[in-house]
Write a protein that binds this ligand. Structure first.
Ligand code: ZN
Length: 179
């Protein structure tokens, strides 16, 4: 196991479009090791999602693990550790809603980002088998945030108003209702 360095905003890899994985690569020791490193890194950092580019590996690979229960987003359902290879998002009919998003690559800051709240995700698992999920609410936001990393996009790019970007320890004074 290895906890890897999480690269921060300003590192060029975070702005790259990551390349898809070939099916044959999924069974390679290098990718198995990379996924294990991502899990170790995510858990050590205490996050709920990590994309490979965040540890400087520009590949279309992301993991999500949501412990559920009380979190900074309030009471949320859980999602066991899941690996998503070459994921794609389809926006489904529904409203958008905003959350104060944080990012392990943008430490110390939070931004209020509105995103569609009903999506379908298609991806492969580590065995190359298809995964299909329909997601609502916070989960829809988390997946869009993570998969944005595979296209070189950070949540700050989606800010509608720079007043909605605050330091984490100032969040209690941010009046989101004013916007
Ligand atoms: Zn992020």
């Amino acid at each position: 196991m290895a906890v890897r360095e999480i690269i921060r905003m300003g590192h060029p890899t975070l702005r790259q479009v990551a390349r898809p994985l070939e099916l044959a690569e999924l069974s390679s020791p290098r990718i198995a090791e990379l996924v294990q490193d991502m899990v170790d890194t995510l858990r050590q950092a205490g996050g709920i999602g990590l994309a490979a580019p965040q540890i400087n590996e520009p590949l279309r690979l992301a993991i999500i693990e949501i412990p559920g229960g009380a979190s900074r987003y309030g009471e949320t359902p859980s999602m066991p550790l899941t690996v998503f290879v070459n994921p794609e998002i389809e926006l489904l009919e529904g409203d958008s809603a905003g959350y104060w998003e944080g990012c392990l690559s943008v430490p110390g800051l939070r931004g209020f980002i509105e995103r569609p709240q009903h999506i379908r995700v298609r991806a492969l698992d580590m065995n190359g088998a298809p995964i299909e999920l329909e997601l609502h609410g916070l989960f829809a936001t988390v997946f869009q945030h993570e998969f944005d990393h595979l296209d070189g996009t950070l949540y700050v790019d989606r800010l509608k108003d720079s007043r909605l970007l605050v330091f984490e320890d100032m969040l209690h004074t941010a009046l989101v209702d004013d916007f």
